[in-house]
Design a protein around this ligand. Sequence first.
Ligand SMILES: NC(=O)c1ccc[n+]([C@@H]2O[C@H](COP(=O)([O-])OP(=O)(O)OC[C@H]3O[C@@H](n4cnc5c(N)ncnc54)[C@H](OP(=O)(O)O)[C@@H]3O)[C@@H](O)[C@H]2O)c1
Length: 396
Amino acid sequence: MRAWTLTSSGLTLSPSHPLPVSLPASTSVPFSATSSISTAPGTTATQPTPTLTGNNLLIHITHASLNPVDLHILRLFPSWLPFRRNPTPGFDFCGRVVGVGPGVSSAGDGEFQVGDVVAGALGVGDVFWGKGSLAEYLVVDGGLVGKVPNSWKTTGREGEEVKGEEAVGPFGIAGQTAVLMTQAAGVPDQEWKGKRVLVNGASGGVGSILVQILKGRGAEVWGTTGSQEGEDLVKKCGGVVINYKTHAPVTEYLAQLFGTEEGAEEGKLDYIFDCAGSQPLYTHSPSYLKPKGKFISIVGGASQGVVPYVRNKLRPVWLGGTPREFELLLLLPGSKTVREVGRLIEEGVITRGWVDGGRVWEMEELVEAYRRLASGRAKGKVVVRVSKEEEEEEEE
Ligand SMILES: NC(=O)c1ccc[n+]([C@@H]2O[C@H](COP(=O)([O-])OP(=O)(O)OC[C@H]3O[C@@H](n4cnc5c(N)ncnc54)[C@H](OP(=O)(O)O)[C@@H]3O)[C@@H](O)[C@H]2O)c1
């Protein structure tokens, strides 16, 4: 099979065994990568079909999507770690089940059969040991996998097929994180109606799905972005745009927009979901977040969460802390979040998976795709086509 493998970490791009299409030379990508190519499992003796055990599924991957955490791992884990010899990058996957382990019953709700289209994100442990989704075949624990619904339930899209490129982001790290953030707010589904919420970083992978979920549940949603494409996307997801460049500093603008006279709190926000990592947004939040409101962040920054946790969660108000509840989340992909994504698509709450620029990158273009992700400007998800469905190959 074809798979990308990493042979070194650092700032230099050194494709010593490039995939068939040549890659543009550049030194600005924060990792180096090489590819290894062999043939599909089962077709040669050198790559035998793995024996599936327990609850595992063998999946023919069609799409992978990229996440900022991929870049963190590339930067943090040196290539010489003995247990990470030539690891494959990537968490998110979508594809078709081609084999099931003996522990997977083919009957009953939530179980899998050969032929099912599924998606999800690998566990942190999997990726730590070198497994990755940028490979044509992958063995994954069934608990990390959700079934992709056949069609969208969104108004105007009913009956339209849920394609792999749109499913991979919502079922992957981004969509599962968006689900985790709404769960952390602790609001029952039916009680979101009328809640006033702000999503900071609304046009990114996480934000674009989070805005859809909150809007779909009936909340009034504002979303920040700093670009025209971002504005278009936030509107399409159902949010009201706040352009942080037009309204700089955005904290002052928020205070004007949501701030009320002393004692009158109705106009303020109930929740702020921070997908961009802004300390001033939290520090100034008493001006626009209700006293019982909650600030929920997913960005740990360079300290991997230690600094914001100590400064915002542990520091008491009398020592200069901000008098608003702060939560910093870390997603561990799992069945609770991945299956919730399937339910939200079935209910028409998640209405689509946004692919950055409408462009699916080919496997050979992975380095360019990572460069786009590393720019921090992606709108929706950066998606890579790992392999074609068998029918597509036959048509060609
Ligand atoms: N804790 C966890 O478990 C967890 C899970 C997933 C992600 N994360 C973290 O969450 C963050 C977002 O992830 P992602 O996948 O959504 O990233 P992403 O897709 O790369 O986000 C890119 C988007 O961020 C927007 N953006 C950048 N700076 C902004 C700012 N100051 N204000 C508002 N928007 C801004 C950009 O919009 P403009 O170009 O319009 O500014 C762009 O559309 C990352 O730091 C990631 O590491 C954490």
